[in-house]
Write a protein that binds this ligand. Sequence first.
Ligand code: CO
Length: 204
Amino acid sequence: MLEDLKANNRRWAAAKLAVDPGFFERLAGQQTPEYLWIGCSDSRVPANDIVGLDPGELFVHRNVANLAPPQDANYLSVLQFAVDVLKVKHIMVVGHYGCGGVAAAVDGKRRGLVDHWLHPIRETATRCRHELEAIPGETDRLNRLCELNVIAQVRNVASDVFVQDAWARGQKISVHGWIYTIADGLVTDLAVTTSNAAELDRLA
Ligand code: CO
């Protein structure tokens, strides 16, 4: 019931104030997050909770299958604000195993608009088909595609002109690829961190 949610909200705000009376007043002044999270919309992957960050500490962009498509105005607006105004130091692309969006991209069924949204994942699956075909089980194959999708999005973010220009200005930004396991709550670092143009070349 929505009344329960409103009551939860009152309790949450009161608990925050009990620990730190100036908490919300400070946040109302400004936000200074050091991190941008690009993650999946999946309700089981709550960005702030997973990494234990408070309001004000994590700038968040979520969409189906954690994509960073270079023509998406929503994502680009978030990226530019994070890089140029907030000057975040880290950008994490966070996928998750068992992603329904990744599975839907390659199951051959037609769903409408989302088939277009998921097109970049089909491109990744085609590009990496030899590696994927060598994996025996379907679950493992899809989970590897979840990882490959994260890596492809890290490449998109790191090669974007907003990030490239920031690096050229001497701004310190690292782009990371993580994947989250819903079954145990743990994040795994895919070790594709990219902090400059030379590292981007190695990733490609
Ligand atoms: Co997902």
